[in-house]
Design a protein around this ligand. Structure first.
Ligand code: MN
Ligand code: MN
Length: 285
């Protein structure tokens, strides 16, 4: 049969009933205060997903043979509270159906809805920013408040990786959580930090959230709130490899694709690595 192309994530050929991984996009950037455009993130990540071979050699896994589905994008309203509610409902359904949600952002505010639905033991977030503001520009659901919101909604076991931006108060609060700044990771090496993170996670059910700006903005400049002196794509790849087996849900957010495609390319590849790492652990168990 002739192959027809679509605009969904590459290799997503399963029907919903048989799918184990459910990709969906949330093209929302309504609370963005600096450079807007993360609403175009899901589309850019999907576009770049066609750049890669379906085969992932590091796991000896052919993604085209995996039970993946891409549901498309949530039709987002204007108000952030409504979007968070819609995300929560979507993720609730996916998890209830015993599948793993893989959410593409969109700005980081959407993560709050997904975490509320997933109810993990531990929230692991890679982000240049602490996102620990109580509220910002009139709403506690602003993307600058994501990690604080997650804490307030009941997930208090939080690991922050790659941070290098936040107010004095935010850093004070972050130090009461498990915090690995970008500087500390640079000094100690990602392997040492991953060992510590793995010990902290043990057998907990983890929600893994990657804010694209955790990676140095000089490497992936398609970001709404760029920060230099960050991590390398390889660091995040290793982190995903270590944490994916414990993950009940995953998101990759804050891709603002006005660069030459670097940021969405890294995002697409890391989404694939997450799925491969998770599936490799799943078939071994
Ligand atoms: Mn963030
Ligand atoms: Mn950020």
């Amino acid at each position: 049969m002739i192959h027809f192309q679509n605009h969904l994530f590459a290799g997503c050929t399963a029907d919903y009933r048989n799918a184990r991984y459910v990709i969906f996009g949330v093209p929302y950037d309504g609370t963005t205060s600096f450079k807007p455009g993360t609403r175009n993130g899901p589309r850019a990540i999907r576009e770049m997903s066609y750049n890669f071979e379906a085969y992932v050699p590091s796991y000896n896994i052919d993604l085209a043979k995996l039970p993946l589905i891409d549901l498309g994008d949530i039709d987002c309203g204007v108000l952030v509270e409504d979007v968070v509610t819609d995300v929560q409902a979507a993720v609730q359904d996916i998890i209830q159906d015993n599948k793993v949600p893989v959410m593409l952002g969109g700005e980081h505010s959407i993560t709050v809805g997904a975490v509320k639905a997933a109810r993990p033991d531990c929230f692991v977030v890679c982000d240049a920013h602490l996102d620990l503001r109580e509220d910002y520009r009139g709403t506690c659901y602003n993307h600058a408040c994501t990690t604080r919101r997650v804490f307030k909604e009941g997930t208090e076991d939080i690991i922050i990786i790659g941070a290098r931006s936040g107010t004095e108060e935010q850093f004070e609060f972050a130090r009461s959580l498990l915090l690995f700044t970008a500087d500390e990771i640079k000094k100690r090496g990602m392997n040492m930090v991953i060992k510590e993170i793995s010990d902290a996670i043990e057998n907990k059910r983890v929600y893994l959230s990657i804010d694209a700006d955790v990676i140095d903005c000089c490497l992936t400049p398609g970001l709404g709130t760029p920060e230099p002196f960050g991590l390398a794509p390889q660091d995040i790849r290793e982190l995903i490899t270590a944490v994916a087996p414990r993950a009940v849900a995953f998101d990759y957010v804050e891709v603002c694709p006005f660069d030459d495609g670097q940021t969405a390319t890294v995002a697409a590849q890391l989404v694939r690595e997450f799925i491969a790492a998770h599936y490799a652990a799943y078939i071994q168990s």
